[in-house]
Design a protein around this ligand. Structure first.
Ligand code: GLP
Length: 240
């Protein structure tokens, strides 16, 4: 693992943008696995600003997202489809038909998982961006998820529901289920870029980097990936 501790959130986001932009400079038709959450917002802002300055183009880039809540329409402000459009895709030159996200409103969720698994098999991701749950989750792969999992419907843990409730009106409004890319699919990306900031991530960061590789900390599986870049804020790195 290549680990960098940034001075602050802004520097973490700038360093992360450099990594993503290098992937696109190496391959203008790169396939990027993308993530939602509060952590990557600064990265997306950097990429938008570099796009506007003409430094980078997403014209031929494909994007495939990690996860989506079940039961939130794409128009719901907390759906990950809405997040990706409003925070990133609407501000760059990516072709909307080159973006994919699991459909959390699908009538047949098993069929939707199978569709996403097929999609991922047919698309070699150059890079997968990840955030980190305070319980060590990646995507929505909660502690205990088998490392050989492919896209599936997950029952969110009470820790995740509570963490994410800050973005909803009340804890009752947080969906209890999601569709997530599985751990084996995350691991099949050519490169992993993991970002974490905030003191509440420090325990999970420690377990991810220094802990035993165990399904109890899903992010610990990244120790087995040959090309992982971890960029941390100071608080998140405080236990290392
Ligand atoms: C969410 C998402 C993850 C995200 C993580 C951290 O539940 N499913 O993909 O990385 O939790 O989110 P945040 O960056 O807001 O702390």
């Amino acid at each position: 693992m290549n680990i960098t501790v940034a001075e602050n959130y802004s520097q973490m986001s700038k360093k992360a943008a450099e990594v993503v932009e290098q992937v696109i400079l190496d391959n203008s038709s790169a396939v990027l696995g993308l993530a939602t959450g509060t952590t990557p917002i600064g990265l997306y802002k950097e990429l938008i600003s570099d796009f506007k300055r003409g430094k980078i183009s997403f014209k031929n880039v494909k994007a495939v997202n990690l996860d989506e809540y079940i039961g939130l329409p794409k128009t719901h402000v907390q759906s990950y489809a809405f997040f990706m459009k409003s925070v990133f895709f609407d501000h760059i030159d990516i072709d909307p038909s080159n973006t994919s996200i699991p459909d959390g409103m699908a009538e047949n969720l098993d069929a939707e998982c199978a569709r996403y698994t097929r999609l991922l098999k047919g698309m070699k991701r150059d890079m997968q961006l990840l955030g980190l749950g305070s319980n060590g989750h990646i995507g929505f792969n909660e502690p205990g998820t088998p490392f050989d999992s492919t896209t599936y419907v997950v029952n969110l843990t009470s820790a995740t529901i509570s963490d994410n409730s800050r973005l909803f009106g009340s804890i009752e409004e947080v969906p209890k289920k999601a569709i997530t890319m599985g751990i084996s699919e995350i691991m099949s990306a050519g490169k992993i870029l993991m970002l974490a900031s905030g003191r509440n991530k420090a325990d999970a960061v420690y377990s991810m980097i220094n802990g035993r590789i165990s399904e109890e900390c899903p992010a610990s599986v990244l120790q087995r990936h040959p090309d992982v870049t971890v960029i941390l804020g100071r608080d998140a790195a405080s236990l290392l």
